[in-house]
Design a protein around this ligand. Sequence first.
Ligand code: NDP
Length: 278
Amino acid sequence: MSLTLQSTKTLHNGVEMPRLGLGVYKMTNRDEALNAMTTALQVGYRAIDTASLYANEKEVGESVRTSGMKREDIFVTTKVWNTDQGYDQTLRAFETSLEKLGFNYLDLYLTHWPVKETFKETYRAIERLYDEKLIRAIGVSNHHQHHLEEIFAKANVKPMVNQIELSPRLSQYDLRTFCAEHDIAVTSWSPLARGGLLDEPSLIQMGSKYGKTPAQIIIRWHLQHGLIVIPKSVTPERIASNADVFDFELSLEDMKNIDSLNLNERTGADPDNFSFNF
Ligand code: NDP
């Protein structure tokens, strides 16, 4: 069946997660954030990706409540920040996030980064919240294969999602393959390489062939690779155009051409070497 803005990925526990969502990192201006989230929901987005770090969970909850849609029709993800990790701390951080969102359950909760000393205990707390039915699906972010293997050794429930940096410049082929083998859905963060790929001549050229912008070409590449994609924009026209990617299909040859842009180049930190303890 062809993809639409309503298309979902069935997670390994049967929960349906929208394939395209709005990322809301760096949306700290209240009016700008509310405007972006409301625009996205009006355009037809059904998922918002936030985190306690982004300091806009309150606005996410508000935009859901004022959308006129049912709570259960919108899929919200948030994440436990590094300094809140550990078993008890994670339980408390979750309560705070839920309160800020103003929800009585969450769709997806993720460990933001695998803090070496605490990420396994963090995941154990997330599992407990899942058992208590406060979260519909659980997962991790920025986990390499070896982090996932350490989680598997202790977990009762495998993560349903791994949210990782992924773009044509960092195609993460090996980790994607590993996740597919373990039925873990992959979400691409910084899918547009934070805007840094939009001047790439081959994408501009390809875009003119399909009558699409480079951003639309890249978002479509993620979708055709079976990924969940969460481009961020505060600009209403971009929010709409980033979702206007369901009326064309990249050829296999063009998919390969975009694959060949991979340089294993990160815009963010390597999960084996980060220090975001603020
Ligand atoms: P993106 O790759 O989504 O790029 C966002 C940038 O691209 C913004 O500057 C935006 O500008 C610009 N942009 C968006 N659409 C267009 C367009 N159509 N044309 C031109 N420019 C465009 O980067 P992010 O880092 O924000 O990643 C997306 C989401 O992933 C985040 O918002 C967050 O939810 C998640 N994330 C998760 C992380 C993790 O550790 N788990 C880490 C980083 C991000 P403007 O807003 O001004 O329109």
